[in-house]
Ligand binder design. Sequence first.
Ligand code: CP
Length: 304
Amino acid sequence: MKHDLLGLKDLSADQIKHILDTAGTMKEIVLGPNKKTPHLQGKTVVNLFYENSTRTRLSFELAAKYMSANAANITSSGSSVAKGETLIDTAETINAMGTDILVMRHNLSGAPHSISKLVDASVVNAGDGMNEHPTQALLDMLTMIEHKGHIEGLKVAIVGDIYHSRVVRSNIYGLTKLGAEVTLGGPTTLMPMGIDKMGVKVYDNVHEAIVDADVVMALRIQLERQKKGLFPSIREYFRYFGIDEQRLRLAKPDAIVMHPGPVNRGVELSTAVIDGDRSVITNQVTSGVAVRMAVMYLLSRGGF
Ligand code: CP
């Protein structure tokens, strides 16, 4: 039986902890001098990306190569997708070439779930529409554990464009299962109806959300997903919802600042905060390679 990672909604707290423990070990390999292990020797990993990506795609590719897998990338532009081939036909074509792990990013929520039913390969969701981005939340949690020692009892404030964010949904599932308190803050036009039912506190501003937070996570304003004028201007957004050093003083003195990237500098975070000593954004990127190594290794060994 094959195993997938489609979202954190479907995983138990113990399964999430098992991935994070394994990722902690993998991180030693990523930071060590010899980045070649036999964990995925003889396996083939294909990255199928219908949306742009730097971090996720490269880290899956490096993770596969560090573990001695054959790794290949395919994007919608430059492939037969641009000639009109359907997602199903493309996925079945990749599957027919002996792929063991299919890593997928797609603009439609649920696309990896549908493809999983058609292919023999293990499917990893690398971001589906506005639904989930499970490996991003896992790397965020690994980074929090490294800086804070634990997840349980942490106050994690997630601020910005909640509505369009698949990162926030995966983080809410993961963080609440591991016992963190999650608060959300942002403009009401970017706050989905009913999100409070996911076990989080919701504010229509940033300052109340980040008071006494251990972790302040800013989300990217997804300009590519919104043409509706959901806030007046970028300058107004930063003034009322951006995190600068003054606003950050509302959080705990040792609070860390996170962002999934790519950052719109001076919009979600000021440059001083991005480059300041409380920012752990580059550590998140390193954790991303370790988490993707752990996920693919565990999938190849029978799941979580
Ligand atoms: N955080 C994230 O998914 O970044 P990329 O779009 O660069 O992969």
